[in-house]
Design a protein around this ligand. Structure first.
Ligand code: GLA
Length: 688
């Protein structure tokens, strides 16, 4: 299974020939140098609107046609962008309505990018028109393999048009103001709406206290971004319904719910920019695991591989300190991306611009305009490696475990005031659940409340504060049918309107499912802690672990108590449960009431997985900083990946002989990994 009509791993970059029109020599060189860098695709036209339509209705596509043709003649395919990420100045001057209005209700001046109004009929019309031009001309060009819609869709607009569209959206959702007032609990502080025109999006100068409004506004922003996106793709799909479409996402950006956008694309892609080399000891595990978590999140969206649309070949220009990837490090990051489901390595950017904001951003071709630079050579090396990996294209990740992380719940729990305004830590907790699996090389999906849970054996539900749709029914079914479910503190407190459940929580039957009942929450200041004291460990665990941030007090109502809180508070009882287990149907439900230190989750989750027969990529004890991953090709070949995220030489004991897929070298008992080294491997006897 290939993501695009070009049946190979993609290796390419953002390419901006429109910036180099006055430099024909450079444009001529580009293609030769791209070939030397072993590149097979370029993302073209991302911010080229003023070159494509220099004046209203005057389209100039010939230059782009020449670029696409020349690339194609040279074996380089085009990922063709629509230019809506940055609007031409003539347009924002003539049509001020396309300029975004902030939450403070201030309209922006012209300039910048990613700052259009996504409701404006004028902007939609202009985007539709340019996209139709592009699609009709290039939609069936054999050199064009993928549409890159806009760029990093983001932000919100509070202009009158958006506000009116929001009201219309609410009318459809609620039907009557009475229903809306009830859902939003507006009798609070006398915020009852008596006319639709009184509804305004949340603003620091206005309403922030009505959480139903805050949540619905975020849902609307996602909805409106999606309709904007559909307006973009309509002429594109019409010109050639078979050409796939993507849009590049940003790691854990929460301004829109990416899961709602995912069904509108054929291929998920994202831009990966971890803050590498920010620690003096050279330990890169924290950065790596964050990036891999988002890769797994992207992979889980459509249940298939994704593209790394951008990463820097060297350094960014926008991080606090923009360190270049050190010698050999780029290969490591590329292999790690592949390990977690990427079928491409693409860069921002092919060539450094001479002027403006990104002139010092890393690129494959720097201002020195030489191919003998370290960065160029390392990029070419990754390209050479990708050429050997056709068999990996489309390979799947065999996850039997899923973590549920729901954007709407994330929005709601972070908008709530209390119980811990110094940081509720839902995303951090999700990542703490992810880390043990990442370290052990156990494939894990990251899904949301709408996912189908039936294929999993282990389902982890950290802090699912808000329950929506029929998620509670499906969680119950999952457990009753034999699944192992781990729920945590601060789960099931509110419904889809962010209204608190009356009665026992976690709501909608989840308290009974877990065999517990929520009593109260005791949040801790930073630096304070209590302890998780195991009283009846389900499998070997240490006697005690630390816990922090939020201590949820629960009563066991049928569940076995596996651990209780340890504390230094003479007023507090010594038998307050913090970890319980309940048998339901053919399955088991654990409830973790404490916010645990990482070590607890490493011990608890990995032993749980091992009990369930959920295996890591490689059954061996890995040294600190070495991680593994696995992808399985359609012919059954298991590709193993080993990454060393430390500056030390490492060695891995092998449970069976492995062959380096790139070099053919065999490893019998022990496999060395150089500092920041990485390998792609198959079993020694594999036919691949
Ligand atoms: C984002 C954008 C690119 C570029 C890079 C720089 O990912 O999509 O256009 O600005 O950042 O890192």
């Amino acid at each position: 299974m290939f993501l695009t009509p070009y049946p190979h791993m993609l290796h390419g970059a953002d390419y901006n020939p429109e910036q180099w029109m006055q430099y024909p020599d450079i444009l001529r060189q580009d293609i030769e140098q791209m070939k030397q860098a072993n590149m097979n695709c370029m993302s073209v036209g991302i911010f080229a609107w003023s070159a494509l339509e220099p004046a209203e209705g005057e389209y100039r596509l010939d230059w782009l046609g020449e670029v696409i043709d020349r690339l194609y003649e040279n074996g380089i395919y085009t990922v063709l962008a629509t230019p809506s990420g940055a609007k031409p100045l003539w347009m924002s001057q003539k049509y001020p309505e396309i300029r975004r209005v902030s939450a403070q209700r201030v309209r922006e001046l012209s300039g910048g990018r990613h700052n259009h109004c996504y409701t404006s009929p004028v902007y939609r019309e202009k985007v539709y028109a340019i996209n139709r031009q592009l699609a009709n001309r290039f939609g069936r060009h054999p050199g064009v393999i993928l549409w890159h819609i806009s760029n990093e869709l983001q932000g919100e607009c509070h202009c009158p048009l958006c506000q009116e569209a929001f009201r219309e959206w609410l009318k459809k959702r609620y039907g009557t103001l009475e229903a809306l007032n009830a859902a939003w609990w507006t009798a609070f502080w006398s915020h009852t709406y008596t006319d639709w025109s009184q509804i305004e999006p949340p603003s620091p100068r206005g309403e922030t206290a009505v959480h139903g409004l805050t949540l619905d506004w975020k849902r609307f922003v996602t909805h409106q971004t999606c309709t904007f996106f559909e307006n973009e793709t309509a002429p594109i799909r019409a010109a050639n319904p078979d050409l796939p479409v993507t849009t590049n996402l940003m790691g854990f950006y929460d301004g829109i719910d990416y899961r709602k956008l995912a069904p509108l694309v054929d291929v998920v892609s994202w831009d990966s920019y971890p803050v590498w080399h920010s620690r003096p000891d050279g330990d890169e595990t924290f950065n790596a695991f964050w990036a891999d978590a988002f890769s797994d999140y992207c992979r889980s969206m459509l249940g298939k591989p994704f593209l790394i649309m951008e990463n820097t070949p060297s350094q960014t220009n926008w991080q606090e300190v923009c360190r270049p990837k050190t010698w050999g490090f780029h290969r490591l990051t590329a292999i790690s991306n592949l390990a977690h489901g990427a079928d491409s390595i693409q860069y921002f950017q092919w060539r450094q611009s001479r002027g403006c904001a990104e002139k010092f951003h890393g690129a494959v071709m720097t201002h020195a305009n030489r191919t003998d630079t370290r960065v160029f050579q390392e990029v070419a090396g990754v390209g050479a490696m990708l050429k050997k990996l056709d068999a990996l294209c489309g390979a799947q990740t065999p996850a039997r475990t899923a973590i549920l992380y729901d954007t709407e719940s994330h929005w709601a729990v972070n908008a709530a005031q209390g119980p811990r305004n110094a940081g509720i830590g839902d995303t951090d907790l999700m990542l703490r659940f992810y880390l043990p699996f990442w370290q052990a090389g156990i494939p894990v999906d990251i899904v949301d409340s709408d996912a189908d849970f039936t294929g999993y054996d282990l389902l982890l539900v950290p802090m699912l504060y808000l329950l929506r749709g029929d998620v509670s029914r499906r969680l119950q079914e999952f457990a009753r049918r034999g699944g192992t479910l781990v729920m945590t503190l601060h789960t099931g407190l509110t419904d889809e309107h962010d209204l608190c459940y009356m009665g026992d929580t976690p709501g909608e039957g989840l308290a009974a499912l877990a065999g517990i009942r929520y009593l109260e929450t005791d949040p801790l200041y930073d630096g304070m802690e209590e302890r998780i004291v195991t009283v009846r460990p389900p499998f070997p665990l240490a006697d005690e672990y630390r816990c922090e941030r939020l201590c949820e007090r629960i009563a066991a109502e049928g569940a076995e108590v596996l651990a209780v809180y340890g504390h230094d508070n003479p007023c507090m009882p010594d038998d307050l449960p913090c970890l319980t287990r309940n048998a339901v149907g053919r399955g088991t439900v654990y409830y973790l009431a404490a916010y645990p230190e990482q070590k607890f989750l490493l011990d608890f989750l990995l032993r749980l997985a091992s009990r369930l027969g959920i295996q890591p990529a490689l059954e061996t004890a890995l040294p600190y900083g070495v991680v593994t991953a696995v992808r399985v090709a359609s012919d059954g070949t298991r590709f193993l990946f080993a990454m060393n995220w430390t500056r030390e030489k490492q060695s891995v004991s092998l449970p069976y002989p492995l062959r380096d897929y790139e070099t053919g070298r065999l490893y019998q008992n022990v496999m060395p990994l150089s500092p920041y080294g990485a390998k792609i491997l198959v079993a020694a006897n594999s036919k691949a």
